[in-house]
Design a protein around this ligand. Structure first.
Ligand code: GDP
Ligand code: IMO
Ligand code: MG
Length: 428
């Protein structure tokens, strides 16, 4: 199995965790390359459910290497909690490796995230308040602290002093919040650093050595295409490159090593947080309520109710373009069993103009009205036990084939339930 990037093709929560866990067996390492514990990836194996935030979804495979790459931001407390959770369940974390260049989420990042959101008021981004944006800001401003810095107390204290010289006035003068001392943070972080020391590694070297030995890597995207800092619905995005290109910079392997890009998309669409969403259905509408409750669309990280809508074709085409998708994994087809007919957005209309593609201008997207085509459903037929494409009802097969044609990329995996087994392989 060639090295593959698995990427969210919508606004996140597409089921990346499930698909990653499903296909990880074909690979030797699973690598997270962007984001931090804003991610919430669910895996369900034999009925047992895990919600992962930092640790890659390949962790269930004991002989696999699991990497948190340099493009990630890491909350040490959360990683340690996840390590403890897995070890308590008899799942080894001995092959977990954390890049020494990944940036560390500090307590003040979390404070600033919350305070800035509050200041934005109605214009808030709806962040997960995990400190992600401020941590990436410090990385770009070159005052961030990296995992490797935590392993050298003198260096850590020195760098922290520089960071606090900038952060403390912001906390105090702009937000009227308590400030931090170097000692206070060291007391909390240095003991965690000692526990994390065995995991902190030169992961780029490790991964390239694996490639040279003929091993295959799976890059596990977090967040998604429309939350990407460059390609997403800016400013309603996260602060990293979650698209497929991020796998290269976020892990330190060369482009020539990636041969396949698997986009994960739901058979409909969801979004958490603020920003435009052309096919959004209100929770009060019958279809919106059904998608939310049948799909159990509540966030793994914050518990927030996700906004739901019909499948958005222009977004799927856009995701195919900016990621270079070679395959699609379509999830949650089973949720659509609740409908007589199913709508698919094929274009937008705005100010009398038709857009067959995902428009660049924020103002167009905010006012875009979806143009729908309506397809017959397979209401009442339980498809969660189907394991081959031919077992699906005719209208479910037609729906998948219709979307495949619209996007122009093979749908090589179809998920019909949350469990690892509830999946139809179609040429993967
Ligand atoms: P991720 O962030 O992309 O990994 O996705 P999340 O884990 O945040 O959200 C996806 C949710 O859908 C989780 O609760 C999964 O267990 C669930 N899920 C994944 N695939 C399917 C599917 O095919 N059918 C159903 N009903 N649930 C699914
Ligand atoms: P997974 O990996 C869905 C959203 C937040 C907010 C915006 C910015 O589970 O798909 P941030 O805290 O990153 O600064 O928030 O991005 N967001 C996600 N939405 N799934 C995620 O991750 C998300 N991670 C961030 O809701 O709108
Ligand atoms: Mg999620």
């Amino acid at each position: 199995m060639p090295s593959t990037v698995l990427v969210g093709a919508q606004w996140g929560d597409e089921g990346k965790g499930k698909i990653c866990d499903l296909v990880a067996g074909d690979f030797d390492a699973v690598v997270r390359y962007s984001g931090g514990n804003n991610a919430g990836h669910t895996i369900v194996v034999n009925g047992k459910k895990y919600g992962l935030h930092q640790v890659p979804s390949g962790i269930m495979y004991s002989d696999h290497v699991s990497v948190i790459g340099n493009g990630c931001v890491v909350n040490p407390k959360v990683v340690l909690e996840e390590i403890d959770m897995f070890e308590a369940d008899g799942i080894t974390t001995k092959n977990l490796k954390i890049s020494g260049n990944a940036h560390v989420i500090m307590p003040y990042h979390i404070d600033l995230d919350g305070a800035f959101e509050q200041k934005l008021g109605k214009k808030n981004i709806g962040t997960t308040k995990r400190g992600i944006g401020p941590c990436y800001q410090d990385k770009m401003a070159r005052i961030g602290l990296r995992m490797q810095d935590m392993l050298d107390e003198t260096l850590f204290r020195d760098k922290l002093e520089t960071a606090l010289a900038r952060v403390n006035p912001e906390l105090e003068l702009i937000y009227n919040l308590p400030t931090y001392t170097v000692d206070q943070i060291c007391d909390e972080y240095l003991p965690m650093a000692e526990r994390l020391r065995p995991y902190i590694t030169e992961t780029s070297l490790l991964l390239n050595n694996m490639i040279n030995e003929g091993k295959d890597l799976l890059f596990e995207g977090a967040q998604a295409t429309l939350l990407d800092i460059d390609h997403g619905t800016y400013p309603y995005v996260t602060s990293s490159n979650c698209t497929a290109g991020g796998a290269i910079t976020g892990s330190g392997v060369g482009m020539k090593n990636v041969d396949r890009v698997l986009g994960v998309m739901k058979a409909y669409i969801t979004r958490v947080g603020s920003g435009p969403m052309p096919t959004e259905l209100s929770y009060e509408s019958e279809a919106g309520h059904t998608l939310t409750e049948e799909g159990y669309e509540y966030g793994v990280t914050t518990g927030r109710r996700r906004r739901c809508g019909w499948f958005d074709g222009p977004i799927a085409n856009y995701a195919s373009r900016v990621n270079g998708l070679t395959d699609i994994a379509m999830t949650k087809l089973d949720v659509l069993s609740a409908f007589d007919t199913i709508k698919v957005c094929v274009a937008y209309e705005c100010n009398g103009e038709r857009y067959d593609y995902f428009p660049m201008q924020q103002s167009v997207l905010f006012h875009a009205k979806p143009v729908y085509e309506e397809l017959p459903g397979w209401k009442g037929e339980d498809i969660t036990a189907c394991r081959t494409f031919d077992e699906l009802p005719e209208n479910a097969k037609s729906y998948v084939e219709y979307l495949e044609k619209k996007v122009g990329v093979p749908i090589s995996i179809v998920a019909v339930g949350p469990d690892r087994d509830q999946t139809i392989m179609r040429g993967w």
